[in-house]
Design a protein around this ligand. Structure first.
Ligand SMILES: [Cu+2]
Length: 172
């Protein structure tokens, strides 16, 4: 790894802040919700191992998600976006995360077709993700494994296995 990429990692936080500022400017300059740019922004938050604020239907094209972690204890959440396989439901995704040995990034997560993510959002933080989806059925899930009592981030249950899965549709 060269110094340039290390520098980029070091500036991730300021990059996020800069992106938020840009988004603010874009939404102020755009017609409400539709049209050009990055599309509609959805303010989503995680609380009690659930997503709040994601609509059940989103129009195809670009949109942004400002994802905040509102837990009252220190923990990392994420929003991994994947296609919901045909005929499957949120319950099936939850069940698939209960398989013994399921870890974030492992077989239980990578079996799905991914469309982006908002990763590593610690308690109190907000990170913005930009997505662009064709019509279809999708879900957000969190495979992080920290626990409410500060438990191990590598041996706790994937949050998807305790219900941190949200399905939605994208329409044309
Ligand atoms: Cu989580």
């Amino acid at each position: 790894m060269n110094s340039r990429s290390l520098g980029w990692i070091g500036s991730r936080r300021s990059l996020s802040v800069a992106l938020v500022l840009i988004l603010g400017t874009v939404s102020a300059g755009c017609a409400k919700g539709r049209g050009g740019g990055l599309g509609t922004n959805y303010d989503v938050f995680a609380q009690n191992f659930r997503y709040h604020g994601v609509p059940s239907t989103i129009k195809s094209g670009s949109f942004t998600v400002s994802f905040s972690n509102h837990e009252t204890f220190p923990i990392t959440h994420e929003m991994i976006l994947a296609q919901l396989p045909s005929g499957k439901s949120a319950t099936d995704v939850v069940t698939s995360a209960k398989v013994k040995g399921c870890v974030g990034g492992g077989d239980c997560e990578s079996q799905y077709l991914h469309f982006g993510e908002v990763d590593d959002v610690f308690t109190g933080a907000t990170i913005v993700g930009v997505f662009n989806l064709p019509p279809g059925h999708y879900f957000f899930a969190c495979w992080q494994q920290g626990t409410a009592n500060g438990g191990d981030e590598e041996t706790g249950p994937p949050h998807a296995s305790i219900g941190m899965v949200y399905t939605f549709s994208v329409t044309s």
